[in-house]
Design a protein. Structure first.
Length: 268
């Protein structure tokens, strides 16, 4: 083996080997691990396996429980066969037993109903509190925008659509509650406004036409007007519009005559 030469051309001597002290963590050379060979060729011993814990899916158990609770069962009431969810059949049997004088059924059913009513009432009051806060905050933001001459925010639901009933302790939204819901409402309102345009068109032609087409124009006027009322009458008061060029002739629909639902705070 050749070592590099120094500046005078003389070769350097190999470095002297340092002494190896045998001791803790320093075994003799003949007992050291050989390079490239594992010190444990058999590998790490495997841990003994204990008893396998059975898998338990609580969500699956709940699913099966609900399926059984709402599984339809057939009951006989008098001369009729009726189908009820299993859980409702249980409650009905409990009610029948209570009415027959079973004190345990009476007490259990009464406590059960009272608990459900109390839970529902609590949820209603919590919802009312949230609705009050939501309505108040957005009304303040809208008023502030008006004072500053800024564009008014249009939250969904709109605070004007939230009807608070402090006597009953309820809050009801009479309008769209999501963006998707608002898109459907806008489509319905657009159909209502389109009907208004057609009504004005038919009314104008009917009044100016003296030909035999007048009866057809009158029927078209009445037909579209009925469609307008069907849409407009079932809207909350805030969204209703007064129809222009209404036909008052015999057979034409009247305001409110097509109403099928009642919104909170309104007379039917």
């Amino acid at each position: 083996m050749t070592f590099r030469s120094d500046d005078n051309g003389a070769e350097e001597a190999p470095p002297a080997q340092t002494a190896y002290a045998v001791g803790y963590a320093k075994p003799p050379a003949e007992h050291r691990f050989k390079k490239g060979r594992s010190g444990n060729p058999n590998g790490r011993p495997r841990k003994p396996k204990g008893p396998k814990r059975p898998e338990c899916d609580t969500q699956l158990a709940k699913k099966y429980l609900l399926e059984e609770a709402y599984r339809p069962v057939t009951l006989r009431e008098g001369d009729q066969l009726i189908q009820l969810p299993a859980i409702q059949a249980v409650f009905r049997a409990m009610g029948v037993s209570a009415m027959k004088g079973n004190r345990y059924a009476q007490r259990f059913l009464t406590e059960l109903v009272q608990g459900v009513e109390a839970e529902n009432r609590k949820s209603e009051l919590e919802y009312l509190d949230v609705a009050i806060t939501y309505k108040t905050n957005w009304e303040r933001a809208i008023d502030q925008a008006r004072e500053l001459g800024e564009v008014e925010p249009q939250p969904i639901p709109h605070p004007d659509d939230i009807i608070l009933d402090f006597v009953a302790g309820t809050a009801t939204v009479c309008g769209p509650m999501t963006k998707e819901d608002k898109a459907n409402w806008d489509m319905v309102l657009g159909m209502r406004d389109m009907a208004q345009g057609l009504i004005s068109e038919f009314a104008g032609k009917y009044r100016t036409t003296r030909s035999d087409k007048r009866p057809l124009l009158l029927e078209a006027w009445k037909s579209v007007q009925k469609r307008f009322d069907q849409i407009n009458d079932d809207l909350p008061k805030r969204y209703r519009k007064e129809l222009q060029d209404r036909c008052w002739l015999e057979g034409a629909s009247r305001p409110g005559s097509q109403r099928t639902c009642k919104w909170p705070g309104e007379d039917f």
